[in-house]
Design a protein around this ligand. Structure first.
Ligand code: PMV
Length: 296
């Protein structure tokens, strides 16, 4: 039997903008997806959410790895699927690691991420690559797409980040569909979108400094501005706002959607561990799912 894992992620700043080549800041969560594979006559996935697309995605990773055997795939997930936490990338990375383990194949993190990206392309069209990078290597990164791939800079975290992930549980469109809807809005108002993009660009360097020097209040402020820009792009929802305002009422330093939005999840930067617990409980009282995660 081969085993593998992939981390869930949150984007602290820059989802959607990253698709257009702007830098984004992401962090891996302590929550994971784990996969066990055993050789089998046909590919079979043991999971409630298994569908034809999932199978096609895993086949793409296998093809990229030049693996022709089939596997029985068992999935164990600590995160909600399809909710802006990079579950598909965590799953793809876990699968690549498990197949490499079962096939006694030596594989580097760079290769794992590259093969997992082929699955991601099946799931999301043209993903930025930030999800498979974080799912593979963990930590926090500054990420920017380039013409040949991506520039990835690991970030120093000056003070641990007490995060709360609030999941709306709202069934949203696919990441691919949400990206297409944003593109259509941008095509309609390119000049206004340029201004939104410039605002995002101006924040990134200061946000990196805030993270590395432990100025978490400043980071929270940038997360709030980022959420405002994302709202302008039409990717928030009533449920996202309920979570965000519940967190802000309890003194959260920053609160925003994370991932593609339109439901899915929100990321909240709490003042400290106690504040994170209070916020998580309040989100649960509203009927949503909440998990806390320390990024350090
Ligand atoms: O919702 P998720 O976990 O699929 O994240 C999507 C993040 C986007 O920036 C919208 C797309 C991408 O590929 O980076």
């Amino acid at each position: 039997m081969g085993k593998g894992f992939g981390y869930a992620k949150t984007i602290l700043l820059g989802e959607h903008f990253v698709v257009y080549g702007l830098p984004a800041i992401g962090a891996a969560l302590s929550k994971k997806i784990e996969i066990e594979v055993t050789k089998a006559p046909h590919m079979k996935i043991e999971a409630a959410h298994a569908d034809g697309k999932l199978l096609l995605g895993l086949e793409a990773a296998k093809k990229s790895m030049k693996i022709t055997e089939n596997f029985n795939v068992k999935i164990k997930s600590e995160i909600p699927i399809g909710s802006g936490l990079g579950s598909s990338a965590a799953l793809s990375v876990a699968f690549v690691r498990a197949v490499a383990d079962e096939s006694k194949m030596f594989i580097t993190d760079h290769e794992i991420s590259k093969h997992a990206y082929e699955s991601e392309r099946v799931f999301h069209g043209v993903p930025s690559g930030i999800d498979n990078t974080l799912a593979t290597q963990g930590g926090a990164i500054l990420f920017q797409k380039t013409q040949t791939g991506a520039e990835i800079t690991p970030l120093k975290i000056g003070r641990p980040l007490n995060l709360v992930i609030g999941n709306t549980g709202k069934k949203r469109g696919s990441t691919e569909d949400i990206i297409s809807a944003v593109k259509a809005r941008r095509d309609k108002n390119p000049e206004i979108y340029n201004d939104l993009f410039n605002a995002e660009k101006k924040m990134i360097d200061s946000a990196v400094t805030a993270i590395s020097s432990g100025k978490i209040e400043d980071l929270g402020e940038f997360m709030n501005i980022n959420h405002g820009l994302l709202c302008s792009m039409g990717v928030s929802s009533r449920e996202n706002e309920m979570i965000i305002y519940a967190a802000r009422d309890l003194g959260a330093l920053g609160a925003k959607i994370t991932g593609a939005g339109c439901g899915g999840s929100c990321t909240i930067l709490a003042k400290n561990e106690k504040n994170a617990e209070e916020i998580a409980n309040e989100i649960r009282k509203l009927g949503f799912i909440a998990i806390t995660s320390l990024v350090q």
